[in-house]
Design a protein around this ligand. Structure first.
Ligand code: SF4
Ligand code: SF4
Length: 166
């Protein structure tokens, strides 16, 4: 369940986040998170959507539900994209602190992969298919590839390079 991933992502933020909120567009909510966030959702917070609008949990530049924000928000700028038919971990470069956050997040990728359930992998696939043309930074290729996702649900073992092309 996402809680295991939350623990692995503990402390992965930057002081830049306090005055930014650039990433606060259309987060997606994983299975299991919908229940945890039901109070906020029933009180009018809208998550997701195809219009790339601002998240309605945003108050000024701060998240009003920070302690129960979705996995999608906790990961950013780390994410998964489909690149030339393969799934890759990437760092989105529309983040204000991509290098600082990559230094914290990238070493955690193996533990995140180990904690991912098949249900979560499948949800990532669905979200990638939905957002690759609707999320402008994804559509524009504004991300840096980190390494191929190691997971049978995404990439089967192959002889392809596990690290980013130069
Ligand atoms: S875009 Fe980057 S720096 Fe800005 S709030 Fe999101 S994670 Fe933090
Ligand atoms: S839930 Fe919070 S962190 Fe996530 S997009 Fe909305 S305001 Fe930003």
């Amino acid at each position: 369940m996402p809680e295991r991933l939350y623990a692995l992502l503990e402390g992965a933020s930057s002081p830049a986040c306090l005055d930014c909120a650039e990433c606060c567009h259309m987060p997606w909510v994983a299975a299991g998170e919908a229940t945890a966030l039901s109070t906020e959702m029933s009180s009018g917070v809208r998550f997701g959507g195809s219009d790339c609008g601002r998240c309605s949990a945003l108050r000024g530049k701060l998240c009003s539900i920070y302690d129960s924000r979705p996995l999608d928000c906790r990961l950013f700028p780390l994410d998964i994209v489909e690149h030339n038919g393969e799934y890759w971990w990437c760092i989105f470069l529309n983040c204000r602190a991509p290098d600082e956050l990559a230094a914290v997040l990238v070493p955690r990728i193996p533990a995140l992969e180990a904690a991912m359930t098949e249900e979560l992998w499948q949800q990532f696939r669905q979200q990638i298919a939905l957002t690759r043309s609707t999320y402008a930074p994804y559509a524009a290729g504004n991300y840096r590839l980190i390494r191929r996702v190691q997971g049978a649900v995404f990439n089967s073992p192959s002889t392809a390079s596990p690290t980013a092309p130069r």
